[in-house]
Design a protein around this ligand. Structure first.
Ligand code: FAD
Length: 386
């Protein structure tokens, strides 16, 4: 069955270079990830070696300039995220956290020494990064965070805990956000620093091909040179989250496209009542409605990418994309699952794996509720977060 995004001839809206980057990422995933990802999901693992392979592919921090990063357009990065999440949201999460949260926080707010030390290794996948903002008692409202850093002579001493941190247990360096007497600040905490430990979160029913961890900081002593010098308020981590959300806008389209593709393929070959189930009007209604949703989600993603490239993309516009495309993707993944009947609950087919993963995507980087509040704020001028 054809690519569902051919319905509106979406590829004709891309340049040759953008199509080539998308095809290169898709080909890598077909060889290195797709054959294994269902068993990684079942086993709840993400092989560390994948980091170097993704580094060689050039997708780690690909939209950043210099320090070993490719410096591609926002749209090229979005298309890579689309293909990565079409394989599995866990793979896209790895790349998003590495590039848009860990590397972006260093690129945007770090000192020259911090950039030189970490960015080339993170781009190559020789080192892995994570981003610790969420705490056990503060998720949607990070401004309440308890993790704190206190000056002690020339050093800082950090205490606190972060949770639900993607790549935490794999990371060589953690960007950790903490409150100080002077306001919120970011610190780079290398693995092995005394007092810093991580514990992986087990028993996840979603995002299983991804490492998610707690970070514990007990009297972690860091020099002033570990602080991100240009991060001077909570605006810094929130700007990193906007970068990562942009990738999700595209990634969600990938998960939806892959689910729909699986449903289309299955409907064309599964015979019931002497006909392929694709021949029944009720099945066609599901397929047609889903393809309209996936194509329009892609048009929205493309529009936001062009705004980002023009430098005019606003946070509430990213909220529109994150809210719409993730809600669309989870609905498409669930509906696609129904077309596969009992086979739809087997890991042999992707739609239920995508739907389960999208439960996490719906929650992280701002829940749908929080994005609706952000859109409501832009529309009315009234903030109703509290
Ligand atoms: C797999 C996974 C990976 C993650 N990776 C990271 C990571 O790498 N780094 C990191 O820092 N965090 C990460 N997170 C954490 C994620 O960002 C938080 O889970 C998210 O911000 C929501 O916070 P919470 O879970 O504490 O939910 P809560 O904030 O407790 O929200 C619970 C419910 O209340 C609703 N709610 C909250 N406030 C309001 C309000 N004002 N109005 C209306 N409804 C409201 C929410 O929408 C939600 O439905 C990850 C989470 C998951 C699941």
């Amino acid at each position: 069955m054809p690519d569902p995004l051919q319905l509106l001839d979406i590829p004709s809206l891309l340049s040759d270079e953008e199509r080539a980057i998308q095809a290169t990422v898709a080909a890598f995933l077909a060889d290195h990830v797709r054959p294994h990802v269902a068993s990684w999901f079942e086993e709840g693992v993400l092989p560390r070696e994948l980091a170097r392979e993704l580094g060689k592919l050039g997708v780690l921090g690909m939209h950043l300039e210099g320090y070993g990063c490719a410096g591609t357009s926002a749209l090229a990065y979005g298309l890579a995220c689309l293909e990565l999440e079409a394989a599995d949201s866990g793979i896209r999460s790895f790349v998003s956290v590495q590039g848009s949260l860990s590397m972006y926080s260093i690129r945007q707010y770090g000192s020259e020494e911090q950039k030189q030390e970490w960015l080339p290794r993170l781009a190559a996948g020789e080192a892995i990064g994570c981003f610790g903002l969420t705490e056990p008692d503060f998720g949607s409202n990070p401004s309440g965070m308890r993790t704190h850093a206190v000056r002690d002579g020339a050093d800082w001493v950090l205490n606190g805990a972060k949770t639900w941190i993607t790549n935490g247990g794999l990371a060589d360096v953690a960007t950790v956000w903490a409150r100080t007497e002077e306001g919120f600040r970011g610190f780079l905490v290398p693995r092995g620093t005394p007092g810093f430990s991580t514990r992986d979160i087990k028993n996840k029913l979603s995002m299983r091909a991804s490492v998610t961890s707690e970070l514990v900081l007990e009297d972690v002593r860091l020099p002033e040179s570990a602080r991100l010098p240009l991060a001077t308020s909570l605006r810094a981590p929130l700007s990193c989250l906007n970068e990562a959300r942009f990738g999700i806008v595209f990634g969600a389209v990938g998960a939806a496209r892959d689910s729909l593709q699986a449903a289309l393929d299955y409907a064309g070959t599964r015979i019931q009542f002497d006909k392929p189930i694709a021949a029944f009007q009720l099945t066609q209604r599901k397929l047609a409605s889903m393809s309209v949703q996936v194509n329009t989600a892609m048009l929205l993603a493309l529009h936001l990418a062009r705004l980002k490239e023009a430098g005019t993309l606003k946070p509430e516009q990213i909220s529109v994309g994150k809210y719409n495309n993730v809600e669309t993707a989870i609905a498409v993944a669930r509906e696609s699952r129904t077309i596969l009947g009992a086979n739809g609950i087997s890991s042999e087919y992707s739609p239920l794996r995508h739907a389960n993963n999208l439960e996490s995507v719906l929650t992280y980087e701002g829940t749908s509720d929080i994005h609706l509040l952000s859109i409501g704020h832009a529309l009315t001028g009234i903030a109703s977060f509290r």
